[in-house]
Design a protein around this ligand. Structure first.
Ligand code: LLP
Length: 404
């Protein structure tokens, strides 16, 4: 991801920033497109993972649809050229304003997450003399075996409609003349790496689809959601997900009827490996028990480690590229080191500048001896990175830089 020219370029730039390798992004998108189109599967990109404008433009250019979870995401999808017939709108708490906006935009489908929401969409559609396409988001009670903060398909989660409420759904669909039932939707969690989980999901989808058929409802769309995980530990060796194996599970285990469409909503798998958060070491604190590297990026730029105890690989780019003597500059201070070919590895707690103890990217990270001004890369940050940045502590908004 980083050659010498790229690192030299970073030396001239103000940190922190997200660096997007558009080459990795396009290879990933191509791999996903090839593997999904083999079976005629449709992929809607889960925009929540990253709505950086250049990222969206590239994803749109590969022909993916958009999976949105707010009115503003629907708006951004339209602005970036995603066709309205390729936009789905999910979310457990869609406001009337957002529903009206999506109705006016004639999007492809609402993924409805409660019986009450069905009646509200129906009323709002009726007022506009329209029919809204609906997929029912069902909570299949399948364990995603991932971090509990990003598990969504269990009975205890707030998402979707539980199977024991499906009779009420049928009543609602029969009573609501301004709804057009299209299909069923599932999303059981994120960062799923065990394909057995998806096999279990297929089994549940098959059962639920049969239930709808038995009640006289034809299911035109099977939407299996997203969640495919990426390799946070080996971003260089494994920069592109095994989309082939992922889609093959659905090909082999999902009971797809003639004429039926199968939809996916991948977010992380499409964008995670294409970006790194680049920051500089502000201070090195050597304690008796601990060494700290204090970076100019923190939880305000990348909150995943603090929120989900997520692992991200951390690299010292200045020392990595080092052969012989290397200079790095911060402001008017110039640090010169002559480490030779082998730098001594030390353990550092890599922390941010925010006034919170939890503002730590990782403890005991083995790194070459590091100095003020060194460039640090935090890898696999393209998904749920820039989009989850905040202005806490009145911090500047994190920048973005793209490969040339
Ligand atoms: N569809 C629905 C309905 C979703 O809720 C999500 C993600 C996706 C698709 C896309 O999932 P993906 O393919 O990206 O796993 N901030 C957390 C992840 C939250 C995921 C929210 N929903 C993280 O940084 O790990």
């Amino acid at each position: 991801m980083f050659n010498e020219a790229t690192i030299n370029r970073f030396q001239q730039l103000e940190t922190p920033f997200y660096y997007y390798d558009l080459g990795i992004l396009s290879k990933t998108l191509e791999a996903c497109r090839a593997a999904s189109s083999k079976y005629g599967f449709h992929v809607h990109y889960a925009m929540k993972a990253n709505f950086n404008p250049k990222v969206l433009d590239m994803i749109q250019s590969f022909g993916f649809g958009a999976d949105c979870v707010s009115g503003n995401e629907v708006k951004a999808a339209l602005e970036h050229g995603f066709g309205k017939e390729n936009i789905v709108f999910a979310g457990v708490g869609k406001s009337d304003k957002e529903i009206n906006f999506a109705l006016d935009a004639d999007i492809f489908c609402f993924n409805a997450e409660s019986v009450q929401e069905l009646y509200i969409i129906n009323d709002l559609a009726k007022a506009k003399n329209k029919k809204a396409n609906i997929a029912i988001r069902i909570n299949p009670n399948v364990d995603a075996h991932t971090h509990h903060f990003i598990t969504t398909g269990l009975d205890e989660n707030k998402f979707g409609i539980n199977t024991w409420q499906l009779a009420e759904v049928i009543d609602a669909l029969r009573n609501c003349n301004n709804l057009q039932f299209l299909g069923i939707h599932f999303h059981i969690g994120s960062q799923i790496t065990d394909m057995e989980v998806y096999k279990n999901l297929c089994t549940r989808i098959n059962e639920i689809q049969d239930w709808f058929n038995d009640h006289g409802f034809e299911v035109k769309v099977l939407n299996t959601g997203g969640g495919l995980g990426v390799d946070y530990h080996n971003p260089d060796n494994n920069s592109i997900c095994d989309f082939e194996s992922y889609f093959k599970v659905f090909k082999d285990f999902l009971n797809v009827k003639p004429g039926q469409e199968v939809h996916f909503e991948l977010g992380r798998a499409l964008v995670a490996q294409s970006a790194a958060l680049i920051s500089r070491v502000l201070y090195v604190k050597n304690g008796q028990k601990k060494n700290f590297l204090v970076l100019d990026a923190g939880m305000t730029e990348l909150i995943r480690p603090m929120l989900y105890q997520a692992y991200h690989q951390i690299e010292n780019l200045t020392r990595k590229s080092e052969v012989g003597s290397q200079k790095s500059e911060v402001g008017d201070q110039v640090v010169t080191s002559d480490l030779g070919l082998k730098a001594l590895d030390l353990k550092y707690d890599v922390v941010g500048p925010i006034c919170e103890s939890t503002d730590c990217f990782r403890k005991d990270v083995e790194l070459p001896q590091s100095y003020r001004g060194d460039l640090i890369a935090i890898r696999t940050a393209g998904a749920y990175g820039e989009v989850m940045a905040s202005g806490y502590n009145l911090r500047d908004r994190v920048g973005s830089v793209y490969s040339e």
